[in-house]
Design a protein around this ligand. Structure first.
Ligand code: XMP
Length: 516
């Protein structure tokens, strides 16, 4: 394990991901964690992340000097670099030369850390203070116009640091520098491979679940699909999956779960056809929040019913269902302050609105993984590409992409338009260039058109392709006009109710990704 000590910057998760890209397992811990607790995790190395503070600020998070008595290899980045310099007897000063963004560093001597960087590199900086003198025993490797000490190392003691951000994409040789530290200075081995992740996770699940029954809800999304497949590897037919078909999925998606996913994994799948129930509950409702509430409530109802059936059936066979699988990811764990990445199984009652008398212990097999790792595990497990690479899709499904009330006919119109947009995006080879591509039906809007010889009075379809990193912010995707044109022509030709296609060119903010 490599511990990434978070000093409150947004970069800690990125650093942890880069370490894993080097195939070394990493976890994020808060800077307030006592040194003993860090050591208890038996770290191979510690990385001190960047942070917003000045080391001279009164409330500056400091590095416990005892950290440097532990003998654990340590790498400082940006603020962590300065904190390390200060703690080991170097000097940090406000030189008046701030550097933000693209900066050129000149390499005086590559040492171990900067091997292969040659004379210099363009890197990403963000700092006001500077290290003006390295601690005793350290070699200074690089400098910039504004910083006499931009990188240093003391490989004998396993120490190194850089003023810049090696983890960001704009930094040249960033990953290479991180790897020199991990492999050559800290002596870490690249053992965090997909094969090992799968094996370790499967073993952990097996140790916890034993021969007890487990249930899992499948949503059609990648997280629950991969979580279930891992649990299935561990416990085989002790796992029962529940898929609630609410009729709000896109074309072919329910079949992908019911047929292709089952074929690939062999899970015991319990499909609940609740299409009529959802559509009738949604009848006449056009308020977005109201739709969400109804769908959430009905979902819990249906899932609970299915869970009771499964529990009762197991009971009749002298068995008990004790575990419920949940697809929680590592960023959720970090953001909710959990941080206990290693413990991928936690006890929990009454989750997701299930009633008190249905008590399960949670199994969260993805609790240590980032999204890209979840996809890689999915591929490793041989899941269908359509599921592994599926774009994020909202739980309430197409219901919040119909502006107006929901009924079968409207769902069908939207489903056909959406299928065309998806097929053309795929044909253009651009699937992985967009984050998400909602297609929205303005069901309460009519506009006049002319098709053939006749006047039409149909509905507009909105195309909403966006690029994003995390859905918190987004930009509209600049898809090629030829592609937009093909989608538009096909939708107006092939989907009867639609006589107009429009492109949403709003970023988020101010718009959200979905229209409701
Ligand atoms: P917005 O529209 O808020 O969406 O920019 C951000 C991301 O969240 C997804 N989304 C949802 N996901 N249940 C979900 O599971 C929901 O009710 C929901 N609403 C939005 C949306 O698709 C985008 O990825």
């Amino acid at each position: 394990t490599v511990l990434v000590v978070d000093f409150g910057a947004q970069y800690a998760q990125l650093i942890a991901r880069r370490v894993r890209e080097a195939r070394v397992y990493s976890e994020i811990v808060p800077h307030t964690m006592p040194v003993e607790q860090m050591l208890a995790r038996n770290p191979k190395a510690i990385i001190l992340s960047g942070g917003p503070a000045s080391v001279y600020a009164d409330d500056a998070p400091s590095v416990d000097p005892r950290l440097f008595e532990t003998g654990v290899a340590t790498f400082g980045i940006c603020y962590g670099f300065q904190a390390m310099a200060a703690a080991l007897g170097g000097q940090v000063a406000r030189t008046g030369m701030s550097e933000y963004g693209r900066t050129y560093v000149e390499v005086d001597r590559p040492g171990t850390l900067l091997q292969g960087v040659d004379s210099g590199a363009t890197v990403w900086m963000s700092h006001g203070d500077s290290v003006t003198r390295a601690p005793g025993g350290f070699d200074v490797l690089a400098a910039t116009d504004g910083t006499p000490v931009a990188a240093f190392e003391d490989p004998e003691h396993g120490y190194a640091g850089v003023q810049w951000h090696p983890e960001v994409l704009h930094t040249e040789h960033g990953q290479a520098v991180l790897e020199r530290f991990l492999y050559d200075i800290a002596g870490a081995r690249p053992t965090w491979t997909m094969v090992n992740i799968v094996e370790e996770t499967v073993e952990k699940i097996r140790a916890v679940a034993g021969d007890k029954q487990v249930i899992c809800g499948l949503s059609g999304g990648v997280d629950s699909a991969v979580a279930a497949a891992l649990v299935q590897r561990a416990v085989g037919d002790k796992l029962t999956c529940v898929f609630v078909d609410h009729g709000l999925m896109r074309e072919g998606e329910a079949e992908q779960v019911e047929r292709d996913y089952v074929a690939a994994t062999g899970v015991d799948l319990h499909v609940v056809d609740a299409v009529e129930q959802f559509v009738s509950e949604l009848k006449g409702v056009s308020d977005p929040e109201e739709k969400r509430k109804i769908i959430g409530r009905e979902f819990i109802r249906v899932f609970e019913h299915a869970a009771r059936d499964i529990v009762a059936k197991a009971g009749a066979e002298g068995d008990t269902v004790e575990f419920l699988v949940q697809g929680t990811l590592y960023p959720d764990v970090v953001e909710s302050g959990g941080g206990e990445g290693a413990a991928n199984i936690k006890s929990h009652h009454n989750v997701g609105g299930l009633p008190e008398d249905l008590q399960f212990t949670l199994i969260e097999p993805l609790r240590t993984l980032f999204k890209d790792e979840v996809r890689a595990v999915g591929e490793q497990l041989g899941l269908p590409a359509e599921i592994v690479w599926r774009q994020p899709f909202p739980g309430p499904g197409l219901a919040i992409r119909i502006i107006g009330s929901v009924d079968h006919a409207r769902l069908e119109v939207l489903r056909r338009a959406d299928a065309i947009a998806r097929a053309e995006l795929t044909a253009a080879g651009l699937d992985r260039d967009v984050w998400q591509f909602p297609v929205v039906l303005l069901a309460d809007v009519h506009s006049v058109g002319v098709q053939g010889d006749g006047r039409t009075y149909g509905h507009p379809i909105v195309l909403r392709p966006v690029s994003s990193e995390d859905a918190m912010t987004a930009d509209w995707s600049r898809l090629p006009y030829e592609l937009i044109e093909r989608i538009s022509t096909r939708i107006t030709n092939e989907v009867g109710e639609v006589n107009r296609v429009v492109l949403d060119v709003t970023s988020k903010p101010p718009g959200t990704i979905e229209w409701e």
